[in-house]
Design a protein around this ligand. Structure first.
Ligand SMILES: C[S@@+](CC[C@H](N)C(=O)[O-])C[C@H]1O[C@@H](n2cnc3c(N)ncnc32)[C@H](O)[C@@H]1O
Length: 362
């Protein structure tokens, strides 16, 4: 879907009471300090560091997600969201000499971090995962044994003021995961209509004050003060949001909404999931970690649809063998971080892992 066109989640998926905590300023792990495609294939020694790397990002549900992939030592795996490689390193530690791991990230800093892995079995690609099929074909791969998507942004992204993701700093309002392309949040606020802005904040932030926020942002612009910094945006939002969750910044939902919109996160995910199913070998696994209710609902509904492909009316005269067969089988229930993990890494608290397996049928 083209940016600027409103990707509205279904009405049913938007009930505010069902919304999980917005996570604009909550990301996965943190122990931190404050479309061009490039493919890098490193060579030489294997790295067997399976646990946390020396990065500022603490991988969430690390053991659970990698276990869920049921890794075969000779298999081909994809990490669609390399970040700082916590999951990738663990996957590599489970692969034998002939196994392969292809990682994607749209963030150049993540790609630089991936390039530090010197391992002939590992390839990193600078691309949104939405191009997964095309990019894998370019490196000669048409089927894989498992795919992991650990959605959202990483701690290094949110903790770097200059990336403009966080209301904790006053910095240019950027919010692009891929700083080499696309429109910044400031540019969007500089051109959006009030209606469009309201739609984004309401749909992606599940924010009940969306209308007042949009009006306040447009008024600033009309008065000759377009909003170009995180600090100013947080102030303007706070001036009209009178109710918000205890302990949360009033701008949390607005920041989440703009980030999702600028990075086309839901469109990207909904275009990627069907490609993952096509790519998986029978019994290959798909594992997705979501951090807010909009993306988790999308994943859950997708798995359900693929499990239940019989949408013919009841008593329709068709033989069971001729019915469309399920392409995925959900594996177990959704998995959340343990209390210990949340205590050690509070940013993991909204994570949900869902796992599915490719069936034999086409
Ligand atoms: C939560 S972090 C992943 C952390 C990683 N699992 C680790 O252990 O370090 C998400 C990463 O995915 C990247 N990302 C998010 N959406 C993406 C997309 N659509 N395509 C490619 N990369 C994406 C972000 O740039 C970020 O680096």
């Amino acid at each position: 879907m083209i940016k600027g066109v409103n990707f509205a989640p279904s009405k049913a998926s938007l009930s505010p009471e069902k919304a999980s905590q917005p996570t604009s300023d909550l990301v996965h792990g943190r122990q931190s300090k404050r479309s061009q495609t490039t493919v890098s294939n490193s060579s030489s020694n294997h790295h067997d560091r399976s646990d946390q790397a020396t990065s500022a990002h603490v991988a969430v549900l690390l053991h659970e997600a990698v276990d869920a992939l049921a890794i075969k030592p000779t298999g081909i795996y994809v990490d669609g969201t390399f970040g700082r490689g916590g999951h990738s390193r663990r996957i590599l530690s489970r692969l034998g000499e002939s196994g392969r791991l292809i990682a994607f990230d749209r963030d150049l800093a993540a790609i630089a971090s991936g390039n530090e892995i010197k391992d002939a079995r590992f390839t990193i690609i600078h691309s949104p995962f939405m191009a997964i099929q095309e990019k894998l074909l370019e490196v000669g791969i048409s089927r894989v044994d498992g795919i992991l998507l650990d959605l959202g942004i990483s701690s290094p992204q949110i903790d770097d003021a200059d990336r403009g993701f966080s209301f904790r700093f006053d910095a240019p309002l950027d919010m692009r995961m891929d700083q080499s392309s696309g429109e910044t949040a400031a540019e969007f606020l500089g051109r959006a209509s009030e209606q469009q802005l309201m739609g984004v904040i309401k749909n992606y932030g599940e924010e009940r004050f969306a209308k007042s926020i949009a009006r306040a942002i447009i008024k600033e612009r009309d008065d000759g003060h377009p909003i170009t910094t995180t600090g100013r945006l947080a102030q303007v939002v706070a001036s009209v949001v009178t109710r918000f969750e205890p302990g949360q910044n009033p701008a949390t939902r607005t920041f989440q909404a703009l980030r999702i919109f600028i990075n086309q996160e839901l469109e990207g995910l909904s275009l990627t999931l069907p490609q993952c199913v096509d790519l998986l070998h029978p019994q290959g696994r798909l594992a997705v970690i979501s951090f807010h209710s909009l993306e988790d609902r999308l994943v859950k509904q997708f798995i359900r649809e693929q499990e239940d492909r019989d949408d013919l009316p009841a008593h329709f005269p068709v033989r069971a063998a001729d019915l469309p067969q399920p392409r995925l089988r959900g594996v177990g229930k959704s998995i959340k971080p343990s209390r210990d993990e949340v205590a050690q890494n509070p940013r993991s608290r909204s994570a949900v892992l869902r796992v599915a397996e490719r069936t034999i049928s086409i």
